[in-house]
Design a protein around this ligand. Structure first.
Ligand SMILES: NC(=O)c1ccc[n+]([C@@H]2O[C@H](COP(=O)([O-])OP(=O)(O)OC[C@H]3O[C@@H](n4cnc5c(N)ncnc54)[C@H](OP(=O)(O)O)[C@@H]3O)[C@@H](O)[C@H]2O)c1
Length: 262
């Protein structure tokens, strides 16, 4: 399958670790020009950039902070100045905040409204800001691919407080609207909702939890970051000819979270 990604300008936000880093490397293997954003781990982002280049792509590192919305547009401008307009956006960066790991014991009404604001602003408005910044270039070109990284939590919920899941479920509404708004300009937008994903950046999780989650999946295995990255690359590529406005769940997403009481 031809992904038509060679030399395409791809922006992966939050690519200094985890799913974003795996996604950047996967685009690199397709020969893309991959812009990697970080917030505090420039050294890790530089390492991912070297891996993208070793894989056959080109790399560019830029800072983006979802808690400083003007930095989103600045990052997109920096990429455009370096290579030209962004053609593929993967909105993957996340503000975990005080909501992860989720605390099942925290009551909904005890979450300060400031935390709601911060979570929605970073993880939903921040994604909208990334999308808004890349759209003019995509429209001018008549081609664009956008992949928003949500979470299984958006549908499953958590027994703990809700700002993270609420922000993540908002991405689906964003994608549904944008699918109509951007479709005629050749822009396809989809949401990936991974479940529990094995990444190098995840804090240690007790073995019994991993076993319980694994047993709850249809495939009897949890996704790793590369599994998710391959889904994202397909959706963000020319191989995706007409799939838009959809929410894609991986095998991990089907697993409930027994440790959370869900
Ligand atoms: N891992 C899972 O099991 C799982 C499951 C479902 C959904 N997801 C979703 O998948 C995506 C990636 O998750 P992950 O586990 O791979 O995350 P991760 O390894 O913790 O990486 C998070 C990335 O976001 C960046 N970041 C942190 N705070 C930021 C901020 N305020 N503004 C901009 N960037 C910021 C980090 O940069 P620095 O380190 O440089 O600060 C890093 O590059 C997220 O959207 C997450 O919600 C993950």
């Amino acid at each position: 399958m031809d992904t038509e990604l060679r030399d395409r300008v791809v922006l992966v936000t939050g690519a200094s670790s985890g799913i974003g880093a795996a996604t950047a490397r996967a685009f690199g293997r397709e020969g893309a020009r991959v812009a990697i954003t970080y917030r505090s781990s420039r050294d890790k982002a530089e390492k991912v950039a070297a891996e993208v280049e070793a894989a056959g792509g080109q790399a560019y590192v830029v800072r983006l902070d979802l808690e400083d919305l003007p930095s989103v547009a600045r990052a997109v401008e920096a990429v455009a100045g370096h290579w030209g307009d962004v053609e593929v956006l993967v909105a993957n960066a996340v503000r975990w905040g005080g909501d992860a790991p989720p605390e099942p014991g925290v009551r909904f009404e005890d979450v300060p409204l400031k935390e709601w604001e911060a979570m929605i602003n970073a993880n939903l408005v921040g994604a909208a800001a990334s999308v808004s910044a890349v759209l003019p270039g995509m429209r001018a070109k008549g081609w664009g691919r956008i992949v928003l990284i949500s979470s299984g939590v958006a549908e499953e919920g958590l027994p703990g407080p809700g700002p993270y899941g609420t922000a993540k479920s908002g991405l689906y509404g964003l994608a549904r609207s944008l699918a109509w708004n951007g479709g005629r300009d050749g822009i396809l937008v989809n949401v990936v909702a991974p479940g529990f994903t094995l990444t190098e950046s995840r804090p240690p999780v007790p073995e019994f939890v991993v076993e319980a989650l694994t047993a709850a999946t249809p495939t009897r295995r949890l996704s790793d970051a590369d599994d998710v990255a391959r889904i994202v690359v397909f959706l963000g590529s020319g191989a995706n000819g007409n799939l838009t406005g959809e929410l894609i769940r991986d095998g991990s997403s089907a697993a409930r979270a027994p440790h959370l009481g869900g």
